[in-house]
Design a protein around this ligand. Structure first.
Ligand code: ATP
Ligand code: MG
Length: 367
């Protein structure tokens, strides 16, 4: 494929406007240090007095638009400032390639956990959010990255409509229920359809790690999109994950997809923390009878098949669903309920498993 020209890149960048000054970023002279090497494009956005939202939105827009150009496979947009030049020293492993050493990218984060599943709608986001809250309740400092760029649900589930701020040229995550959170859903209109190609997902994930000021965290959780696609691949390339929590529902069709997802993470050498069986059973509130709506034993079967722990079985529960819709996770709105207890057990099992795996792999841990 032919290399993209500088003129083409500038052309699409003219489509990005400073929302406050109503002029495009090229005309405003914000685009600096444009470099094109084969299929890789990099440039700096030399921001001046723009508001944090404006900076974040322009940065995302610019990387997305350039990433869509034919002949471009990687885009690197450095957030520069007028007063201070871009600091490339902060990006020692800016792109793809072999695992970049997570501690170099996010040195203050102790554990990185992806919540994944081969299948959509099994409760990944619900598990990710409630696991985050339960880890927080056990005394940890927790961040969550909504990596589901196709359907960013975490802001709604955590009840957060805030906009990320900006400090010292870094994005400040939004806080909700004591958890730091970032999501593309915070940056774009909820109804705006987003078209993402692989390289854009890659640069989004990098941006979430590199350009966000997470500070010291015990746990950083990634809510993954369904499937076994670009986001999973990118994430495992950008940082060495501590492990994956695999979510499934009990029935056979869900297990089929989960096996594929486990196989993919195994290929990528990402440790499995274990399986969560969500929507395991329903206890009728009037009679106390327990129903296995989606069948029984699926989670345990998968766990045994792969020799990994069954971390928790989470009941099917209308209030858990309502908690997600209303932005008040069940672990907070009814902290003493059996459902919340199931999530606390999950958090305890995850902590235990991280300790065991940490003991197996003598990685440098920074506390
Ligand atoms: N244990 C549960 N009990 C009741 N409802 C649940 C439970 N877990 C998830 N739900 C509900 O099921 C729906 C799907 O859950 P969720 O969005 O967490 O799944 P997902 O796997 O993240 O989906 P997607 O693949 O679309 O990202 C949501 O409405 C959620 O509130
Ligand atoms: Mg989801």
């Amino acid at each position: 494929m032919r290399m993209v020209s500088e003129a083409k890149v500038l052309d699409v960048l003219r489509g990005v406007r400073d929302p406050e000054q109503q002029q495009d970023i090229v005309a405003l002279g914000l685009v600096k240090d444009l470099r094109i090497t084969d299929a890789e494009v990099s440039f700096t956005l030399a921001f001046a007095g723009q508001s944090p939202q404006a900076k974040v939105t322009m940065h995302s827009m610019a990387s997305r638009l350039v990433g869509q150009l034919p002949g471009v496979s990687k885009v690197k947009v450095v957030m520069g400032g007028a007063a201070q030049p871009a600091a490339p020293a902060q990006q020692p492993h800016a792109h793809g390639g072999p695992p970049a050493g997570g501690h170099a990218v996010i040195p203050e984060v102790r554990h990185t956990i992806a919540v994944s599943s081969g299948k959509g709608g099994v409760g990944k986001s619900t598990v990710a959010v409630n696991l985050a809250v339960a880890l927080r309740q056990s005394g940890g400092t927790v961040g969550i990255i909504d990596s589901d760029v196709y359907g960013p649900d975490v802001p709604m589930m955590l009840g957060s409509r805030g906009r990320p701020g900006m400090f010292d040229n870094k994005i400040l995550p939004v806080e909700a229920h004591g958890i730091k959170m970032m999501s593309i859903g915070l940056l774009v209109n909820e109804r705006e359809p987003l078209v993402w190609r692989g390289p854009m997902i890659h640069s989004f994930i990098q941006q979430m790690l590199r350009d966000v000021m997470w500070g010291a965290l015990d746990y950083l959780i990634f809510d993954m999109p369904p499937g076994t696609g670009d986001a999973q691949l990118s994430l495992s390339q950008v940082i060495p994950l501590s492990g994956v929590v695999m979510v499934t529902t009990p029935q056979e069709v869900a297990l089929l997809d989960v096996r594929k997802a486990i196989g993919m993470f195994q290929k990528l050498n990402v440790p499995m923390l274990g399986v969560v069986e969500n929507m395991s059973y329903f206890v009728a509130p009037d009679t106390g009878t327990r129903y296995a709506i989606f069948g029984e034993g699926g989670g345990r079967r998968i766990a045994e098949e792969y020799g990994i722990p069954l971390l928790a079985q989470i009941p099917l529960d209308p209030e858990t669903r309502a908690g997600g819709d209303e932005g008040s996770p069940i672990t907070i709105r009814r902290a003493d309920s059996p459902q919340a207890r199931a999530f606390r057990e999950l958090a305890a099992a995850v902590r235990k498993r991280l300790d065991e795996l940490g003991a197996l792999r003598p990685l440098p841990t920074i506390s």
